[in-house]
Design a protein around this ligand. Structure first.
Ligand SMILES: [Cu+2]
Length: 359
């Protein structure tokens, strides 16, 4: 490396000196030789060139050092991710960037929302043979048409539209996923998946009422027979959710990193046809809980639609799961006000809106 530098140094110096001479003197003029002026000029040029080279080599050296440390950092990060065995999902533009096949058993999904909209990911077990194409072609249009009518104030016609859903749609099972996640946030959710074919989706709506599902937020996912070998997480804050008791939380919550477990004591289809889940929300001073509650119902023309309510930040959670299942989510809590809320109509009335303060 040192030899290379020395060689480059000499060659570059010669080449630059020649270029500099040509530029200064001009091609047509005869070269003035051996004058005192020329010697002084040559000396100054050498000093300038040396300084320039010194600065540019120092800079290159620093740049190489920084590249090396960046590279090392990236390698370290890769090692960490592999060791943690986390499955990364990224949304940039109505998409799910993630592997097509994952192992079965316990898996932690790290969801990064790099888009300007609020999203979640929900894992659906579709009946055998049905794929994300069926979701896009046979399910999403029905929901879009129904929602369009509801938004026009034709509520009954809108709900009647849902009878056009394919018969097999009632066999679709939601098996977990993240809670809602605001733009530029990251969340982690851990669920257990059996081998099979699944579909990942997000059904938040665009400002015109169209579901993200119709905008490309569906993805086929194969869960292989190979077990991940991961164990269930050890939660430090346990909660249960049920249609009869709502969200029940026995532990008090302090600041810092926590692993929450969510046990689905039961599961039902609420007024908007889907089940309950748990979403962690950071509340700013001006947060409006009524507005938040209304927004948590996709069937409401003002619900689950962009723009998301102001002064709240969605931090993930655990999406719908069948009764008897448990899911986990991890969060770092800073001092402030928070809410745990379910994506159902009238959450407060169902004890599915709990607020707490971190000191
Ligand atoms: Cu979405």
């Amino acid at each position: 490396m040192v030899y290379l530098f020395a060689k480059l140094d000499a060659e570059t110096r010669n080449a630059r000196a020649k270029r500099t001479m040509r530029n200064h003197v001009g091609n047509d003029q005869p070269l003035i030789k051996n004058t005192k002026l020329m010697r002084t000029f040559n000396k100054s040029i050498r000093v300038i060139i040396s300084l320039t080279l010194l600065i540019s080599f120092s800079y290159s050296f620093l740049l190489m050092q920084s590249c090396n440390s960046d590279k090392k950092k990236t390698q370290d990060e890769t090692v960490t991710v592999e060791k943690e065995n986390v499955i990364e999902i990224i949304t940039e533009n109505m998409d799910f960037q993630m592997p097509d096949t994952i192992s079965s058993g316990w898996n932690t999904f790290r969801y990064k929302n790099l888009s300007p909209q609020t999203h979640f990911f929900l894992v659906d077990k579709y009946p055998t043979g049905k794929t994300s194409k069926d979701a896009e072609n046979l399910v999403a249009p029905v929901f879009d048409n129904g929602m369009k009518l509801i938004m026009e104030g034709k509520t009954e016609e809108g709900f009647a539209e849902f009878s056009k859903l394919p018969e097999w749609f009632s066999d679709v099972v939601f098996v977990g996923g993240s809670g809602l996640l605001s733009p530029n946030e990251v969340c982690e959710t851990t669920i257990n998946l059996k081998p099979g074919n699944y579909i990942i989706e997000c059904y938040v709506k665009m400002s015109n009422g169209m579901f993200h599902t119709s905008m490309g937020m569906t993805k086929d996912l194969v869960v292989s027979d190979t077990d991940s070998g991961n164990e269930a997480l050890e939660a430090d804050i346990a909660m249960t959710i049920s249609s009869t008791e709502g969200i029940v939380l026995n532990d008090s919550i302090s600041s810092g990193k926590h692993v929450f477990s969510v046990y689905f004591k039961d599961q039902i289809a609420h007024e908007h046809f889907v089940g309950h889940d748990v979403n962690l929300v950071k509340l700013d001073d001006n947060a409006d809980l009524e507005e938040l509650q209304t927004w948590m119902n996709w069937a409401d023309p003002k619900g689950l639609i962009e723009p998301a309510p102001k002064f709240v930040t969605f931090l993930g959670g655990v999406n719908d799961m069948p009764a008897g299942n448990i899911g986990y989510f991890t969060a770092i809590l800073k001092p402030g006000n928070y809410a745990l809320i379910s994506e159902v109509p009238n959450a407060r009335h169902k004890n599915m809106l709990k607020t707490f303060k971190i000191l």
